[in-house]
Design a protein around this ligand. Structure first.
Ligand SMILES: [Zn+2]
Ligand SMILES: [Zn+2]
Length: 188
């Protein structure tokens, strides 16, 4: 399901103000859930979930350390106050990436996601939206205009005249020429 398809739908999980979720405990719960279905999640997942406070446009990420074969799960801080199920669902999405041949969103990953969805009532999908998770979206920086002289950066969430024609503008700090930096790749 992509972003567009869920626009306008009611969110699955209502966001209530509540305590900060114990994400490390929830990670263990999700790992146990996967193992109960014989999903071969890695035995080397860092027990400490990394909390991302920046606006990256993603809710979770799974980083593989190729040198020692361990995995680090990261979630956005907006999930700390979300409905526990929204948090667990995001953790589950990422935990499945630790399975053999699942560093993508292809068949094998999908099969495991379906198993988790059926067994535990999750709705793990390839991409998530703030609406579906019942959390506030952050203003995502999609464009960065950079001064070619002093390196000052101007982040922008949307296309604008500055983004489309940075050469028409000058750096406010040093008067240098501006250029659009290549957008950062988004890992999910
Ligand atoms: Zn400058
Ligand atoms: Zn993913």
């Amino acid at each position: 399901m992509n972003r567009e398809e869920v626009q306008g739908q009611l969110s699955l999980y209502s966001a209530r103000k509540r305590e900060i979720l114990p994400v490390d405990l929830l990670l263990q719960k999700v790992i146990a859930q996967a193992k109960a279905l014989n999903i071969p999640v890695s035995e080397h997942i860092n027990p400490s979930v990394r909390i991302n406070k920046r606006a990256t446009g993603r809710f979770g990420a799974c980083f593989a350390n190729k040198r020692n074969g361990t995995f680090l799960i990261e979630i956005s801080d907006v999930l700390l106050t979300a409905h526990p199920k929204a948090c667990c669902q995001t953790l589950a999405h990422e935990v499945l990436h630790t399975c053999y041949g699942c560093q993508n969103h292809k068949k094998r990953w999908h099969r495991y996601a379906d198993m988790m969805n059926q067994a535990y009532g999750y709705t793990i999908t390839r991409t998530e939206s703030p609406e579906r998770l019942g959390v506030e979206g952050k203003n995502v920086v999609r464009y960065v205009v950079e001064c070619t002289q002093c390196g000052a950066e101007i982040p922008r969430a949307r296309r604008s005249r500055l983004v489309e024609h940075p050469e028409d503008y000058r750096c406010a700090k040093c008067g240098g020429q501006l250029a659009l930096k290549k957008p950062e790749e988004n890992k999910e």
